[in-house]
Design a protein around this ligand. Structure first.
Ligand SMILES: [Zn+2]
Length: 301
């Protein structure tokens, strides 16, 4: 049982021509869902109070003030804003919250949020790396507000989740586990950058490939999850570790995403009634993104 959450506002966050984090990414996924006859749920926007659990209100207000009325503007060289960015950002965080609510209420066992902008680089006080609000962490704190205690976030996006990592150091009982190519943007998450029980960083070199990736999950990620025993498992599902992705060189294939998802489902079945909320992060080759998301959703189903 899986529910897929999305919102058309994600198509109106314009990043300009030639930006990898493009509306075409979401359109590709909407086309996939239509092709497969997979129903989607139109997500609500997040309340500001929900986002304010992860980002101070003054930061949220400043971000809103920085949104342009027309044309494009930017937070930094990578992080572009347009008139549609604010609405899309509210719905991206809202999708994660709605998915969490529905999973906790038992309306669905698993959820996938197909939204953009992504979120895992968004730090408490800094939008960066294409990200504005940390959607997965806003969702994790929403789950805690609804009564769950321990939330694990597994991030297999090829980039280190500097935002999620920073938040896990501030909030109790949210365990951030990230595998990522290193060194690579944003440069954080190195081998010595660990907080036992709160942040587990697993930096991997360029050219890692399927076997070493799977070994890392079997020897490090899965045992950490078995020890932590989460009440909810969340996934920051970036697909830019795919070998065809233009931004990195982790050299994975669709089968690896299917494998890791299947293994995470088994762990969720053992510890938290199978509850998984997965949130889209990166993935910039449209064909690879399409096939990887298809594998991920099949494994979640
Ligand atoms: Zn990424």
């Amino acid at each position: 049982m899986i529910a897929i959450y999305t919102h058309p506002s994600g198509l109106h966050h314009d990043t300009g021509t030639a930006h990898p984090e493009s509306p075409a990414r979401l359109q590709t996924l909407l086309d996939l869902f239509a092709e497969k006859n997979w129903p989607t749920i139109i997500a609500r926007e997040a309340n500001t109070e929900w986002i304010a659990r992860a980002h101070p209100i003054r930061h949220i207000d400043a971000l809103q003030d920085a949104m342009p009325d027309s044309g494009l503007s930017s937070i930094d060289a990578d992080t572009i804003t347009s008139p549609g960015t604010w609405d899309a950002s509210l719905h991206a965080a809202g999708a994660a919250c709605q998915a969490v609510e529905d999973v906790i209420a038992g309306k669905t066992k698993r959820a996938f949020c197909a939204m953009r902008p992504p979120g895992h680089h968004a730090e408490p006080l800094r939008a960066n790396g294409f990200c504005f609000f940390n959607n997965v962490f806003v969702g994790a704190l929403h789950a805690q507000a609804l009564g769950l205690k321990k939330i694990a976030i597994v991030d297999f996006d090829v980039h280190h989740c500097n935002g999620t990592d920073a938040m896990a150091r501030l909030h109790e009982n949210v365990y951030c586990i990230s595998s990522h190519q290193w060194p690579l943007f944003p440069g954080t998450g190195g081998p010595d950058d660990q907080v036992p029980g709160r942040v587990l960083n697993l930096p991997l070199p360029a050219g890692t490939g399927s076997q070493k990736f799977r070994e890392t999950y079997e020897t490090k990620v899965f045992p950490a999850l078995e020890d932590f025993k989460p009440d909810l498992l969340m996934i920051s599902a970036g697909f830019d570790a795919h070998r065809d992705d233009p931004l990195a060189q982790m050299e994975l294939v669709e089968d690896d995403f299917e494998w890791v998802t299947t293994e995470l489902v088994k762990i969720a079945d053992r510890h938290c009634g199978g509850r998984i909320v997965s949130v889209l992060e990166g993935g910039y080759n449209l064909d690879a993104l399409k096939h990887s998301v298809e594998s991920h959703i099949k494994a979640l189903s």
